[in-house]
Each structure stands twice: as structure tokens, then as C-alpha cells.
Design a binder for this molecule. Sequence first.
Ligand SMILES: CC(=O)SCCNC(=O)CCNC(=O)[C@H](O)C(C)(C)COP(=O)(O)OP(=O)(O)OC[C@H]1O[C@@H](n2cnc3c(N)ncnc32)[C@H](O)[C@@H]1OP(=O)(O)O
Ligand SMILES: N[C@@H](CCO)C(=O)O
Length: 349
Amino acid sequence: MNLISAFADLTMTTEIFESVDPLHLESGEVIKQFQIAYTTYGQLNSDRSNVIWVVHALTGDSKAAEWWNGLIGEDKFFDPANHFIICANLLGSNYGSTNPLSINPESGKPYYYDFPQLTPRDLALSLERLRNYLQLDQIHTLIGGSLGGQVALEWSVTLGQRLKNAVILASTAKSSPWVIGFNETQRMAIESDCTWGEKREDAGLKGLETARAIAMLSYRHPADLRIKQSENDEKLDGFKASSYLRYQGQKLAKRFNALSYWALSKAMDSHDLGRNRGGVEASLAQIEARVLTVGVNSDLLFLPEESQFISQKVRRGTYKEIQSTAGHDAFLIEFEQLTYILKSFYLEN
Ligand SMILES: CC(=O)SCCNC(=O)CCNC(=O)[C@H](O)C(C)(C)COP(=O)(O)OP(=O)(O)OC[C@H]1O[C@@H](n2cnc3c(N)ncnc32)[C@H](O)[C@@H]1OP(=O)(O)O
Ligand SMILES: N[C@@H](CCO)C(=O)O
């Protein structure tokens, strides 16, 4: 499938990669076959050394130049005129890749609740399949934030010398009890929806709205809500903060499904770079690429210390920080600072 982008001079192609080889998951389960939707921008150069691989966060999709439009595009830091930019929709997500609503080849029916447990390592393995298929022997920069950062970190361990630079934003080497706790409250919200458990595409959708509203409180900082959602009137009810969270919940429920959300939030919980590798520090020390970690000073979910820790334990690490009142999601918002941070990283290295 070739799609012409809405961006005038940005050639975008979205395609489907079908893997017919079984994917052996960390849980011991096997996905016999799967598909991955991926989008590319720009062209490979003659020595195929200009690959920028983007990994999206929890509810993102493969169209990175849309949700990261301040970083990817004409005259942006990652410009398709110079780079071959690729982003794949993560396995488990519902933007074209195999997910719980896809047909299980074993039963001929959607997986629904039988979808296997995924980990960031499994997700990295599925991306490795795609890399092999596309014969991309070198990745110049692998970049991802939050869950995308977890997957990028996992992949950095196994890519070895095939990867030159890893940029890990607002993420961690191992999910903290705090992150797992937040995700659990969101799954509890989904479970409390009376349609959860039914085999239908919209199962748990009302619960997903609540889950997103809870999640938003971890993606923002109190200062952000104080700036944007404070009241001018003296009132008893009908607060802006309330309608904001309800709106955010409804917005996600219109574009996502609760089963994918469940699968990917479970994957996020399971993230432990050191599992079966002798611990987190040992696995970070295995990464051969240069690593830039970027924390956000107001991130309440993935704390800046967690990003600092990664840069201290890898062989060649750099830490930079975004200053923002936006909270965790600043890595999707603060393009000017991100551009400056990336420019200095490449100049210094
Ligand atoms: C098809 C797809 O969309 S695929 C993938 C796109 N998404 C991703 O990649 C995931 C990553 N992206 C994100 O998480 C988000 O888009 C972010 C973090 C980048 C930005 O989040 P936003 O929701 O745009 O920002 P913010 O928190 O400021 O909220 C603004 C929205 O809330 C609405 N809003 C603000 N205050 C209120 C209020 N008091 N009451 C009701 N609504 C309100 C605004 O009108 C705006 O609505 P809009 O999104 O319809 O324009
Ligand atoms: N706001 C992000 C999740 C936080 O990393 C998303 O919806 O994907």
C-alpha cells in the first residue's frame, strides 16, 4: 500500500510486513505469524547509513511525522531529505499490527482475551524481524520515549554494532512499582466496565475512558493543570479539570481499544532490561551504541533519575533534561528543546 502524504514534499509510505516465522515470546508462548504496519519517510542513501528508527509510545502509531511533527519533516531535525525514517506500529497495538482483535490463525476467530502476554523484549524481537526483512544492516539512530524507550533500550542490547546511537526519552531500564501501580489502576478501571470479558471489539471501552483519565494525571504535572485548567469563576461544580479529563478519556476511546491498551500496559509493567541477563547494570553495560537519555524535570511517571541512571551505566552515555511544566508527555510536546538537545548530542559525539 503506498500512500501519498498530506505533507507536500514528504513522501510517506505505509506498508504491512507479514512474518510467517513463529515469534517465541518471553512468556514461553508462541505467536505463529504476525503482521507489522510500518511507515517510512525519505530514501535510503547509497551506503544505507541514514536510517532513523522511531519507536512510538503506548497509544502511538507508525505515522511518526504526524505525532512528532516538530521533530520529523521538512527542515525539521529528522528531515526526510537527508534521512530514511521508519516507524513501526508495535505488536499488540491497533494501528495495523497484529493485536488482540486480530484473527488467531489457530482458532480462526479474534484473539480477544487469549492474546499472549508481550514484553518490550518481545516487541524489540518483532522489530528485529522487520529490520532483517528490510535488510537495514545499520541503524544510525534508534529513538523512542516511554514504552517506546523501553523497547528501544531492549533492542539496543541485541543490536550491538548495528546501532550507532540510541536516544531514550522519559523512560527507564526497569518499570518501577509506581509505574506498575498506575497501570494497575487503569486496568482496574477497564475491568469495572461490565462489557469487559465479552468477546466484542468495544469491550471495556467505557473503562478505557477512565483508564486514560487516570493515565493523564501521570502524564501531566500539577503545574500544567494549574496553568491550563484553573477556574476564573467561583463555582461549586463543572470544573475545567473534570471536563478536561473526561474529554481526554473519550478522545482515546474513539481511536483505541481496551484489549490493546491492556496488552501494552502489561508489556510496560514487565519491562526489566536485566531479566535473565545478570541484572540491569550488566545489561546496560552490554550496549555498544552511544546512548542519549532525556529526562523531563516535571515527569511524575518515569523520574529523571531513571534516565540519568541509564546514561551512567551504559558505556557511552549522555544525559540531558527537558525543562517543562508539561510533565511526562513533554517528550511529545517540547520540540524546540528536543531539537537543541539532539543537535548538541550529535555535535559532542
Ligand atoms: C490517530 C491518532 O491520533 S494516532 C496517534 C496519535 N497519538 C499519539 O501518538 C500518542 C501520543 N500523543 C499524545 O499523547 C498527545 O497527543 C500529546 C501528549 C502529544 C498532546 O496531547 P493533547 O491532548 O493534544 O494536549 P492537551 O493535554 O493540552 O489537551 C488538549 C485537548 O484537550 C482539550 N481540552 C483542554 N481543556 C479542556 C477542558 N477544560 N475541557 C474539555 N476539553 C479540554 C483541548 O480542546 C484539546 O482538544 P483536541 O485534542 O481535540 O484539540
Ligand atoms: N501520551 C503517550 C503515553 C505516555 O508516554 C501516549 O498516549 O502514547
